[in-house]
Design a protein around this ligand. Sequence first.
Ligand code: SAH
Ligand code: SF4
Ligand code: F3S
Length: 453
Amino acid sequence: MNYSSVRPIFDKTRPQVYIETYGCQMNVNDSEVVLSILQDAGYSLCEKMEQASIIFVNTCAIRDNAEQRIHGRLDVFRLEKKKRPGIIVGVLGCMAERMKEQLLKNPVVDIVAGPDSYRDLPRLISAVTADAKQINTILSHEETYADIAPVRMDKNGVSAFISIMRGCNNVCSYCVVPYTRGAERSRDLNSILTEAQTLISNGYKEINLLGQNVDSYLWVNPETGEKVNFALLLEKVALLDSNVRIRFSTSHPKDMSDAVLHTMAAHSNICKHIHLPVQSGSNTMLEKMNRKHTREWYLERVAKIREIIPGCAISTDVIAGFCGESEQDHQDTLQLFEEVQFDAAFMFQFSMRPGTKAARHFQDDVPPEVKTSRLNQIIELQNRLSLESNQKCVGRTFEVLVEGTSKRNDEDLVGRTSTNKSCVFPGKGHKAGDYVNVIVKSCTSATLLCEIV
Ligand code: SAH
Ligand code: SF4
Ligand code: F3S
């Protein structure tokens, strides 16, 4: 593994590449893998599209609005290409995988490359000519980019992602990810530990382990036959440095084991926060969504988290207006939110994705205005729950990892608690990467307003 440059090199004498990234944290990490491959091939990152001879957009296909946004960006790149006809525009990531050749019909697009084809990018770039567009959307059963050291593009040098697995073997009926990222595969444990150690040596203080379903991580050592599951991996990463925080996502309710919870409880540097998407509070919907868990199962997992890790924060994802969702199904979701009292939630309107099980078997029959109204009800409820969760923190002291200065006021620092709550506080003498103890003075639904103790 080559860890010569953890950070971008910014060399103006090399061909310049500009990379824009949309979608989830895995995509952010993938762009760092792409940059690593391109730097090794003699390219350099640049910060503005206008400086670039190559423009890459790493895309998301999860909902239609995510794709519409990319089409908008392609229009902007088209104007840039009008000014500078020689530049190359490439579409990477999930939308590239989903749309394949269709994207090449857009005159601005020269390269289409899916999530498993990034090693091929230097070749694809060299092969592009005015009348030879390039495409590679072959999915792999093995590719984990284990030997490629991501070149970190985060701003603060405090928090970094490590992808521990790729793809997804669940076929949630609404979801495009299994089609855009292929089958699930777990990455070599040793490469994960080496990458974590390199981050730590370079001053990083927080490591985020990423996978679509981290609980199904399973790596078999080809030499010893030893099986490493997620609980064991988590422990091994946590033991590298007790001064470095470990986070992970996403957990799947059907797979989240007590072993993982016990590991979290045993290590103070594993953050006390679990992102546990529920998607719906209705068993009818969960069944149709092919989530393979019930409402009761989910509530039991939540109870277990709170039993084994008192004070652990729980966040979720939810979809409003899935196919056939009745008013009662929606009420079940609201009621589940009340019951669990989530600390935070990502809330979405259902968007039918071509090619998914839902597209083949169900009607997208909840009217848009009903979807919107249900989503708004969930958001309103969650705002109250988030506020209540934050109000419980007022008067208490927390250890916060400083991430940088506040956007609103550069005298203020921002950071997060182990439970993933955002804190703002006057921070004289402290800097990104420091741990400080703060007392919470007041709060909003989004932020704890604190003072250093
Ligand atoms: N692997 C994770 C999340 C993947 S995508 C998991 O299993 O939960 C992130 C979130 O996007 C999902 O949790 C879901 O809430 C939402 N999502 C996925 N497909 C969607 C669709 N077709 N319409 C609306 N939201 C969707
Ligand atoms: Fe999509 Fe389900 Fe896989 Fe998550 S677990 S990525 S929602 S198919
Ligand atoms: Fe992530 Fe979007 Fe792909 S959420 S996995 S970038 S479809």
